[in-house]
Design a protein around this ligand. Structure first.
Ligand SMILES: Cc1cc2nc3c(=O)[nH]c(=O)nc-3n(C[C@H](O)[C@H](O)[C@H](O)COP(=O)(O)OP(=O)(O)OC[C@H]3O[C@@H](n4cnc5c(N)ncnc54)[C@H](O)[C@@H]3O)c2cc1C
Length: 520
């Protein structure tokens, strides 16, 4: 569907194609509402492709006494693991405990017992120093006391957004990227009567009749809906990550450690075949419409932490493949340290304009339900739409293919059974990995054919994540990408060259490592 195809009236227009907007869209369609989602840039262009990829209860929120928030997130984690196997996958965490700083074994044990209680089963264990040394590569030995282990989950964040959007579209919803909401029209009573949108490619504006606009624009939320909470405003906080090759040190679990400089938790985790180190938490004063990038200070902060805790890993910036930065939409009076700001979401309602922002990737369904509850007085009564029950993966159907069970699981999880089968049914030459990543070429062809790509960066950074996983953002593969995608993208030779150049420039500016890569 393109901009010129938007017709008729809608019950709900959703602004923002990140996880919050996608969650609202998915839930609204499930509840039977005629819903249109519009995203000003690309789906998941904002924070939702730049998270730490964890589907978690947030152990650290227990320390702040946020039992309800953590309990709700743990429940969501369990639901998402059941509903999206292959996309949301369990992962083990280990946290070293030292005698000179950081939490004590006793406080961790207490916190983890509550965490396990909230999950309804014991999901943690303690490790003696000897076991900790075996399980954590390169750990600082002298002051190490022991370690604790626990379970959480991880995800490909951008693909979760896309999975929700595509599932909702299959059930009757409409979604458009590169289309911006510019405002609302109100009737005499001041109620929302129509939503104004603009196609970003053509600059053409249009009015869409709808009694409800759900504003899920994250850090941009106050542009459409200034904060009604006196003194509270969105405080954009940047969090950045560094990506490293895991060829020399394959990690099988997340190493969660306390940064010695400010006692914040930092993670080194395996993801899509690489190791990721993050995150930071700093005020983001740059223009929100430009893509954020990591600063040298943030990179140094992350390296200082990892070098202190894991000196034997010999990680250095010269081995970094890429970087990524995202902006948290946090509601604040700007009085506290960035990392102490509340991560809870807020919902504001103004006669059909409903804003939902803050929160976490993990809890997107809770945000969606709260937003729809606030919109209810302005919505017609509708019969619920189709429900998609959790499905076990039909892995045996693919046993004759020359791909591993893991790849099948990954593809079906990311794309759903129908589109996933289409991908796995492609020519065998396309069922091979892209470089040393778990991505297969068939995904690239599928994305070009079916997934609303407007720019090469949409494909390389969000449909598949090879822009983060390969040195130089995978620019050396762009000719093969072109030959696979050319039949499906309406681009001539000149446009392809322009897209390649723009992608390479964007990658250098916002995703490159802070120092040139020497040896991956
Ligand atoms: C560094 C970092 C790490 C994180 N790690 C985790 C984690 O591990 N687990 C977890 O659960 N949570 C995590 N979070 C939190 C989580 O990522 C965010 O809460 C979530 O992604 C916010 O999603 P969103 O949809 O509200 O915003 P966004 O993803 O930013 O989406 C908003 C979208 O709205 C679009 N938009 C803006 N204006 C308009 C307009 N006028 N019309 C149409 N569209 C518009 C933007 O282009 C954007 O795509 C992390 C956050 C950060 C920053």
């Amino acid at each position: 569907m393109g901009f010129s195809d938007i017709r008729g009236e809608y019950d709900i227009v959703v602004a923002g194609g990140g996880i919050t907007g996608a969650g609202v869209f998915h839930e609204a369609v499930r509840q039977g509402f005629k819903t249109l989602l519009v995203e000003a840039r690309d789906f998941a262009w904002g924070t939702s492709s730049r998270s730490s990829k964890m589907v978690h209860g947030g152990l650290r929120y227990l320390k702040q006494g946020k039992f309800f928030m953590t309990g709700a997130a743990v429940k969501e984690r369990e639901y998402l693991l059941r509903q999206y196997p292959g996309l949301v996958t369990p992962i083990k965490f280990i946290m070293p405990l030292f005698d000179h700083y950081g939490p004590s074994r006793l406080s961790m044990k207490a916190g983890l017992s509550i965490y396990s209680f909230l999950a309804g089963e014991k999901q943690h264990q303690g490790f003696k120093k000897k076991e900790a040394l075996e399980k954590i590569p390169g750990i600082r030995e002298e002051t190490l006391l022991s370690a604790v282990g626990f379970k959480d989950a991880q995800v490909d964040d951008a693909r979760l957004v896309l999975r929700l959007i595509h599932d909702a579209c299959r059930n009757g919803g409409k979604a458009l990227n590169y289309t911006k909401v510019t405002g609302v029209e109100r009737d005499k009573k001041g109620w929302v009567a129509a939503v104004l949108v603009r196609g970003e490619a053509t600059g053409t504006g249009r009015e869409i009749k709808s009694p409800v606009l759900i504003n899920a624009t994250g850090a941009f939320a106050e542009i459409l809906h200034p904060s009604p909470m006196k003194g509270f405003h969105i405080r954009p906080l940047r969090g950045s990550h560094l990506f490293f090759s895991s060829a020399r040190i394959p990690l099988t679990r997340v190493i969660s450690f306390i940064h010695p400089a400010d006692l914040r938790p930092v993670f080194l985790f395996p993801w899509e075949g690489v190791m990721v180190l993050g995150t930071t938490d700093v005020d983001h004063d740059a223009d929100l419409t430009s893509e954020p990038g990591i600063s040298k200070e943030e990179a140094d902060y992350l390296m200082e932490g990892v070098t202190h805790v894991l000196p034997g890993m010999n990680l250095s910036l010269s081995r970094c493949i890429s970087s990524m930065a995202g902006v948290r939409p946090v509601l604040s009076r700007k009085k506290t340290a960035a990392s102490k700001e509340s991560r809870e979401h807020v919902v504001w309602q103004d006669k059909g304009l409903v804003t939902v922002t803050g929160g976490k990737l993990t809890t997107f369904r809770l945000l969606a339900r709260d937003a729809l509850k606030a919109a209810k007085p302005f919505l017609p009564v509708r019969a619920p739409g189709p429900v998609s029950p959790a499905k076990s993966l039909p892995l045996d159907l693919y046993s004759s293919l020359r791909v591993s069970g893991r790849t099948v699981e990954r593809i079906i999880g990311r794309y759903g059974p129908k589109a996933g089968s289409g991908i796995l049914g492609q020519d065998e030459t396309l069922l091979t990995p892209v470089g040393n990543t778990p991505v297969i070429w068939a995904e690239i062809r599928h994305a070009a054919k079916h997934e609303n790509i407007h720019h090469l960066s949409d494909l390389m950074l969000r449909r598949v994540r090879i822009g983060l996983l390969l040195p130089e953002g995978g620019v050396h593969l762009l000719d093969r990408v072109e030959s696979i995608c050319r039949p499906f993208l309406p681009w001539d030779k000149e446009r392809w060259e322009k897209e390649k150049k723009e992608y390479a420039n964007l990658w250098q500016t916002c995703y490159s490592p802070p120092e040139p890569l020497k040896e991956p």
